[in-house]
Design a binder for this molecule. Structure first.
Ligand code: NAD
Length: 351
């Protein structure tokens, strides 16, 4: 049986990844600091599964990580842990440097020392996979796509901190030989997404009858990928990726932010019409644009598709429909975040 150490597995993408890995009978050691974005509710269905070991702690805690590596002897380490919200990075960049840069460095050092001491055979098979973002490439004009050779040009403190972590991962391969893989993915959406990000935020506010805030003119373009397609891409890269390589992951689903908001409004109107019969698009409110807001992201995922045979299952249309239905059926999960009671779970983890 394979054992993976997954960091940030109580967050949005890490949580989806861990649920799927445990279902596939992989033993997961899940290390998460349970910041505001960590939510043990996401993992409720595997709470008592013997293949899931949750550990409350920081990726930068070298003693803790070294102890976990020695105790559980994982076949791979997958690093999802990060501060991940661009707006928060504008208000307070320091936490992003602490976790995404300093924390990743600590993790890399612990993993390098563990990997070096592995017996032959296990050492060759070991992988460190770093989960990153397309935001490291900066912004695009009307045309073109980010490829793996696009120069890094991060524009927000978040993307700058992720770019720094990507460089450290690369350097640990070139300097120490650590067998690393890096994935740079476009915007994810789907179940268990913290309702501060565009799609879950709009669903929650639309249902509550509140204004739906759209930055600037709403014409910023993002490529959207359903979260389980991203998780499948990560598994594919882990299993088949060439050591030291980076792989771009995208859904070929470019949409303007305003188009995303309007699609959600239409789906909600069809499933749960407002009592006054008004369309939810009437709740859209344009607000002052985010400083340094990148205009357009688009991903060329042909390396991952051509070399490793991955392709997404969901189109944007099927994925957003699934997502809206999931939020309608899992209002309790959202409500526990909105009223803050999900934090009580964290106190349980402390005990
Ligand atoms: P998230 O904010 O939902 O989850 C991050 C998780 O990391 C949380 O559970 C949090 O508690 C944990 N964490 C934070 N600091 C930690 C630390 N010091 N030690 C241990 N755990 C810590 O983020 P997400 O959206 O799931 O993103 C996961 C990864 O994927 C991130 O590295 C992010 O940069 C990357 N990514 C995200 C997207 C996206 O659209 N959400 C797209 C591409 C790449």
């Amino acid at each position: 049986m394979l054992t993976w150490l997954v960091t940030g597995g109580a967050g949005f993408i890490g949580g989806n990844f861990v649920l799927e890995a445990v279902r596939r009978n992989i033993r997961v050691i899940n290390l998460d600091a349970l910041t505001y974005a960590g939510n043990l509710q996401t993992l409720a269905s595997i709470e008592s599964d013997p293949n899931h070991v949750f550990v409350h702690g920081d990726i930068g805690d070298r003693a803790l990580v070294a102890g976990l590596l020695a105790e559980h002897a994982p076949d791979a380490v997958l690093n999802f842990a990060a501060e991940s919200h661009v707006d928060r990075s504008i208000d307070g960049p320091a936490a992003f440097i602490e976790t995404n840069v300093v924390g990743t460095l600590g993790l890399l050092e612990s993993v390098r020392d563990y990997w070096k001491a592995l017996p032959d055979g296990r050492r060759e098979a070991f992988r460190f996979l770093h989960v990153s973002t397309d935001e490291v490439y900066g912004t695009l004009g009307e045309t073109g796509k980010f490829s793996e050779t696009t120069p890094y040009a991060p524009n927000s403190p978040y993307s700058a901190s992720k770019a720094a972590s990507d460089h450290l991962v690369r350097a640990f391969h070139h300097t120490y030989g650590l067998p690393v893989l890096t994935t740079n993915c476009s915007n994810n959406y789907g179940p268990y997404h913290f309702p501060e990000k565009l799609i879950p935020l709009v669903i929650a506010k639309a249902l509550a009858g509140e204004p739906l805030p759209v930055y600037g003119d709403g014409k910023q373009v993002r490529d959207w990928l359903f979260v389980t397609d991203h998780c499948a891409a990560i598994r594919t890269v882990l299993e088949k990726g060439r050591v030291g390589e980076t792989y771009n992951v995208g859904g070929d689903s470019e949409r303007q932010n305003i188009e995303v908001v309007e699609a959600i409004c239409r789906l909600l109107d069809a499933r749960r019409p407002r009592e006054d019969g008004q369309p939810r698009s009437s709740q859209i409110t344009y607000v002052k644009d985010r400083p340094g807001h990148d205009r357009r992201y688009a991903i060329d995922a042909s390396k991952l598709q051509g070399e490793l045979g991955w392709k997404p299952e969901h189109t944007f249309e099927s994925g957003i429909e699934f997502t809206v239905d999931w939020y309608l059926e899992n209002q309790e999960w959202v409500q526990r975040i909105l009223d803050g009671s999900y934090r009580l779970e964290r106190m349980g983890a402390e005990a």
